[in-house]
Design a protein around this ligand. Sequence first.
Ligand code: NAD
Length: 389
Amino acid sequence: MKVLCVLYPDPKDGMPRSYYRNSLPHMSHYPDGQTLPTPQGRDFTPGTLLGSVSGKLGLEKFLKTQGHEFIVTSDKEGPNSEFDRHLIDADVVISQPFYPGYLTAERLEKAKNLKLAITAGIGSDHVDLAAANKKGITVAEVTFCNSISVAEHAVMMMLALVRDYMTQHEIARSGGWDIADCVKDSYDIEGMDVGVLAAGRIGLAVLRRMKPFDVKLHYFDRYRLDAQTEKSLNAIYHDSIESLVSSVDVLSIHCPLTAETDGLFDKTLLAKMKKGAYIVNTARGKICNKYDIKDAIESGHLAGYAGDVWYPQPAQQDHPWRTMPKNAMTPHTSGTSLSAQARYADGVREILENFFAGNPIRNEYLIVSDGDYVGTGKHSYAKKEAVNQ
Ligand code: NAD
């Protein structure tokens, strides 16, 4: 079979020759009891760079030994890209949300042999899921592989915004000691109202991590948490997005990008937020209107915006979030720490092993299959809500 894999380019100075740390902590289960990926083999050293072209997700030996054709590229834009040229007869496409090979309806139409699209990570909105359903293409992702990675990044960004870490770091780097400038926008998060939009794997992990900061926790999700979890967090459940956003000082967004959430944070919803509120968005860039966010920051209605998700990716040079005041943006990195890469490389291999052997792919990895939303797709992406990219 032909396996086509889109990965981000290697580091500018070439692949690392050494790493700070020699190993990763051992883990067998995620917080909800789900086991980590269980591939039959592994041809990489955990903790090394796997997500860039030369890392090849550690799959080269496995695929070539089995006689498959394996194409790895970072050239993904435009009709003459390597991605488009090989897509025509690819059986499997693998891509990471950090550097997505967008599988639009038009591209899927050209991909006559395509049977399986694997997201090496979480969030399959870069695939036109409605079109994949129509064509009976299976879409699978490595559920939970980087949920905690993202939760850690979101907590870091909440603290960075509220304490105004960005200003203070910049002053220290540039040789200054201007304490008053450092602290004129700096607060403690203790006692603040902190909320998450969606309390799935990431949102719940953020709530759990924020609890020890002695904040008041809030959330909205289409599914309410069980009573015991809610009680242990002392979290307030809101029955609408509007109720949540108008109640919190800090909001962290953790829902998937669907037709329902596409452009959700526009000027109307932003106007309902408290003056001086902060937004962290590690879910998907398109959930927030980029110009309305910029206006809300520049007018002083929002006190800060952070996140690692943009649209499209890579983001254009003049994307307003790169330069607007009080931003703590990163490129899309939260889910591709070296720790996460080892988990999703294992997960992709597990999916491929099952696919080649004709065995079922874990239900929790499935988004769409046999023309319908199944597994995690059924729970987290409602039918008819897939967004056309
Ligand atoms: P999950 O499937 O465990 O949770 C998603 C939750 O969103 C579910 O509880 C679902 O009920 C809820 N939801 C869906 N639509 C909603 C809506 N309209 N309103 C309120 N709640 C809604 O997924 P997860 O692992 O927590 O990941 C969530 C999202 O985070 C992914 O879909 C992806 O877009 C993003 N993500 C980003 C990165 C990154 O590197 N930045 C990595 C992983 C995931």
